[in-house]
Design a protein around this ligand. Structure first.
Ligand SMILES: [Zn+2]
Length: 262
């Protein structure tokens, strides 16, 4: 190994340690829930400047995202948070730059860490607001034309970075499902984990909205970190809106709404 290579690796490692430390701090503050976490939604045309998408994102207003704030507020009511309202969503500007391309599945840890650093830097350059950086979650929504049977790339967030890329459809009929994805990804940034198996079915009991219901099926609602409602042991359907979702006990614990029993 040449000296140059060693120095390069050491610098990269140092950057990584500093970033990891900052991210940990950021996460602790955002998870104290002593005041509302501000959430900024950035709109990005994810379809090569498609005019249909442009029209949709330019006409979006802040009110479209209000159900996300309302959902988190309603779900937090039974826990003792200091903040009366966990989040405060507002709409940031339309961005014309795309985030760095996400690593493909199977590319390994180094690729993910490298993407994380690039994405963090990109966020730093493009998130216009610099206020309350410690308590702000940046949500970059890439909108795509809604065509039949089209499926979207999986959304991707920084584990501890309070920033996330969400893929969504640019159609009014999809607004409420987009809000489910936004709420789901937002909860990842504050520590929530997915609660479904490889075949997308909800894990029992943590992925069920009401694991104690008898009979167990059909469930009436979806746990937000699953977003699908189990109808029987082998069937399920996507929740239509956040009205059909709940934050389960395990998720509440992960995002620090419910203290660990001692
Ligand atoms: Zn997820």
């Amino acid at each position: 190994m040449t000296l140059f290579k060693i120095i390069r690796i050491l610098i990269l490692l140092a950057v990584f340690v500093v970033v990891a430390f900052y991210a940990k701090n950021q996460k602790l503050k955002s998870r104290s829930w002593t005041e509302p976490v501000s959430v900024v939604i950035y709109r990005i045309n994810g379809d090569n400047n498609s005019p249909v998408v442009n029209e949709y994102i330019n006409e979006l207003d802040e009110g479209v995202f209000e159900p996300v704030d309302r959902f988190l507020q309603q779900q937090s009511a039974k826990y003792k948070l200091i903040a009366k309202q966990p989040t405060q969503i507002r709409m940031g500007p339309v961005l014309t730059v795309l985030p760095p391309e996400a690593p493909l599945p199977g590319e390994g840890y180094v690729a993910i860490i490298w993407w994380g650093l690039k994405f963090r830097y990109w966020t730093y350059k493009n998130a216009v607001d610099s206020d309350s950086g410690m308590r702000r979650i940046d949500v970059f929504v890439l909108y795509h034309e809604a065509t039949k049977d089209r499926s979207l790339q999986h959304s991707l967030g920084l584990d501890k970075g309070l920033a996330v890329v969400v893929h969504a459809f640019s159609s009014v009929e999809q607004d409420q499902q987009n809000n489910i994805v936004i709420a789901h990804e937002l909860l990842h940034t504050v520590g929530a984990t997915d609660k479904y198996a490889a075949d997308n079915s909800a894990l029992f009991p943590i992925g069920y909205a009401d694991p104690e219901q008898s009979p167990l099926y059909p469930q009436a609602k979806a746990e937000i970190m699953v977003a699908r409602i189990p109808l029987s042991a082998s069937t399920m359907r996507m929740a239509d809106s956040l009205d059909e979702c709940v934050i389960g006990e395990q998720t509440a614990r992960e995002i620090n709404w419910l203290q660990e029993e001692k």
